[in-house]
Ligand binder design. Structure first.
Ligand SMILES: [Zn+2]
Length: 614
């Protein structure tokens, strides 16, 4: 008998001979500083599908699974899966995976501690004392957030008090009601240029913290000054509602720039943030549409008119990250930029990006040269709603723009219009949609559909979306079931490991290394759960494990486990016979007849035993 048995000695050898990646855990290094019992407690009380569901539209795809479009990459077919029993998520396309804490860290850009804190606060779970666990990075970020809270309160009090008179008058002129001012937390930064610096000093913020906050500048002589002076202040929040930056509008005629924004800091990444998203996200989901405007005042004016699903890009060019943040809540967007030339150009630029990210784009046009804020005030909420309802498909809007510049009665004009549209066509990956648009557009500019389609095809040929690659699943039914069984319940566990240790079947599994890792965890007395097992594996095996757990619909019952064990025993028996036959043939080839006969007798003996066993 030369085949290997997985007995105690062997599993010990595996422990040393199989080279595992360090068990860093799905949570990263910070886990060392935080008692796992608290994290476990938190995770047992937080439903991962609820937390993920705030960012991703999930639909149930199995007894304990949900699926949705991955929030970490752009896709049209869902490959993002959440398992509610094992409490983890995984994207089979881009490979992201983790538990609920990691999800919150990545989505909200938080440190480990901050994510724990946010979840604990949401679900009313008492936190262990902060000082014990916080790391340097989250301390810094915590200080920056605290500093912004102080600034926010100060600006707000300024606006209400004597210093805020000019700002209040400005808001009154723009028709901003007191309840809107309160809702958006508007404030005023004083003229003096030292007020905030002094206050922050008095509140024991260090000069480093002040400088890193972006709200305070440092002169060459080392003294500090308020970055925002005599400005109307718009707090900018992250998606979980914390103030992370400010936009300040100049109140004096000759102050430049008209709008000044916080610089990038540890808590503020411009390209990731959209103004008002934290307030608007519920409404965006409900309406299944988001309205994108340019300025703070537009977002405020539109909201005040009773249309809450609005966010603002605030003058910076739209980024893919911002679009993805929106797409988590809805894939339908109505762009409502200023009617002037820069606004229209910005809208045209944003269309390409929005289409690339798979958004369905409409363009809102307001008459009278009014921006969204002005329009809501002058024409009223109902009129604005009506304009939203009449928003054009982006294609017609682009065609109108091109038509206004070129004469479509000449063939050169038609070509020029088509050329203006082709970059947007190129972004449409669905061929059916593309040809539907070609037909509509042909009628719209008055040419033969064939001409449009020909031009489209030339462009489209260069662009073919490759289908999503899903890993192949070489797992057998029985090994898949056993993998689920060992993670399901400890009672079953012992039994299976006991039996598997008498067998060399594992060696033939595609999931061999997964079982080896599970055995190693068992042998070391560690807790065998999905997360611990997953953390020990190389990426390819992590995929196997996730596939086994996520794709399996078979219920783990004692009967099913027994059947799987029996199936494994049979295939092991077959494998043993095959090996034996190979040895016999080898002996025969080498003229070693004695050995061949002995082996043949042995094989027949074991066949008889197998038959009598049934
Ligand atoms: Zn993904």
């Amino acid at each position: 008998m030369n085949h290997r048995r997985l007995d105690a000695a062997d599993s010990g050898r595996w422990l040393t001979s199989v080279c595992y990646p360090p068990a860093e855990g799905a949570l990263g290094d910070n886990t060392r500083k935080t008692p796992m019992d608290f994290v476990d407690q938190l995770k047992s009380q937080v439903r991962i599908e609820d937390v993920v569901g705030e960012y991703v539209k999930l639909r149930k795809s199995g007894p304990s699974r949900y699926m949705g479009l991955c929030p970490f990459h752009n896709e049209k077919t869902p490959s993002f899966t959440v398992h509610v029993v094992h409490q983890f998520y995984k994207c089979f396309s881009c490979g992201v995976h983790g538990d609920v804490v990691k999800f919150v860290m990545e989505k909200d850009g938080l440190s480990f501690w901050e994510a724990l804190k946010q979840l604990a606060e949401r679900y009313g779970i008492p936190l262990p004392k902060r000082s014990q666990y916080s790391d340097e990075e989250s301390r810094q970020r915590g200080a920056a957030l605290a500093l912004h809270e102080v600034a926010q309160e100060t600006f707000r009090a300024n606006l209400e008090g004597a210093p805020g008179e000019v700002a209040r008058a400005y808001l009154a002129r723009r028709g901003v009601a007191p309840e809107t001012i309160a809702q958006f937390g508007l404030g005023y930064a004083e003229r003096s240029g030292r007020a905030l610096v002094r206050l922050l000093g008095a509140r024991n913020f260090t000069s480093d913290q002040m400088e890193q906050s972006g709200l305070v500048g440092k002169r060459e002589d080392g003294s500090f000054y308020d970055r925002f002076r005599h400005r109307l202040m718009f707090p900018i929040h992250n998606e979980s509602g914390k103030v992370i930056a400010f936009g300040g509008r100049a109140l004096a005629q000759d102050d430049e720039p008209k709008y000044l924004n916080s610089p990038e800091t540890a808590i503020y990444k411009k390209s990731h943030v959209l103004y008002n998203l934290h307030r608007a996200k519920e409404a965006i989901r409900k309406a299944d549409r988001v309205i994108l405007v340019e300025g703070y005042m537009d977002a405020i004016g539109v909201t005040a008119a009773g249309v809450s699903n609005v966010v603002a890009s605030c003058g910076t060019a739209l980024t893919a990250q911002q679009v993805r943040a929106l797409k988590r809540h809805s894939a339908r967007i109505a762009v409502n930029f200023d009617p002037d030339a820069p606004g229209a150009n910005a809208a045209e630029r944003s269309i390409g990006l929005l289409l690339e990210e798979g958004m369905q784009v409409r363009i809102v046009e307001l008459d009278g040269g009014l921006d969204p804020d002005e329009y809501c005030r002058e024409r009223g909420a109902a009129a604005y709603q009506e304009r939203l309802g009449a928003a054009k498909g982006y294609f017609y809007w682009l065609a109108d723009r091109a038509r206004a510049r070129h004469d479509v009665h000449s063939s050169e004009g038609v070509v020029a219009v088509l050329n203006a549209l082709l970059p947007a066509v190129e972004k449409i990956s669905d061929p059916l949609e593309r040809s539907a648009i070609a037909n509509d557009l042909a009628a719209y500019i008055g040419v033969q559909p064939g001409i449009v389609l020909d031009n489209f095809r030339k462009f489209a040929a260069s662009r073919q979306e490759k289908p999503m690659e899903r890993p192949t699943i070489p797992l057998r039914h029985d090994e898949r079931l056993l993998l689920n069984a060992i993670l399901a319940d400890e009672g079953v566990n012992r039994e299976i490991f006991g039996a598997l240790q008498q067998s060399d079947a594992i060696a033939g599994f595609a999931s061999c290394r997964v079982f080896q890792a599970a055995c190693a965890i068992e042998a070391s007395g560690g807790r065998l759960n999905f997360e611990n097992l997953h953390a020990r594996l190389e990426p390819a095996d992590q995929n196997l494990l996730a596939e086994a757990v996520l794709e399996s619909e078979t219920e783990v019952t004692p009967g099913a486990v027994a059947a799987a064990m029996e199936s494994i025993r049979r295939s092991e028996e077959r494998a043993r016979r095959d090996r034996m036959k190979a040895r016999i043939r080898e002996a025969e080839r080498g003229g070693n007849w004695e050995e061949a006969l002995r082996l043949t007798a042995e094989l027949e003996g074991s066949d008889r035993t197998a038959r009598s066993r049934g």
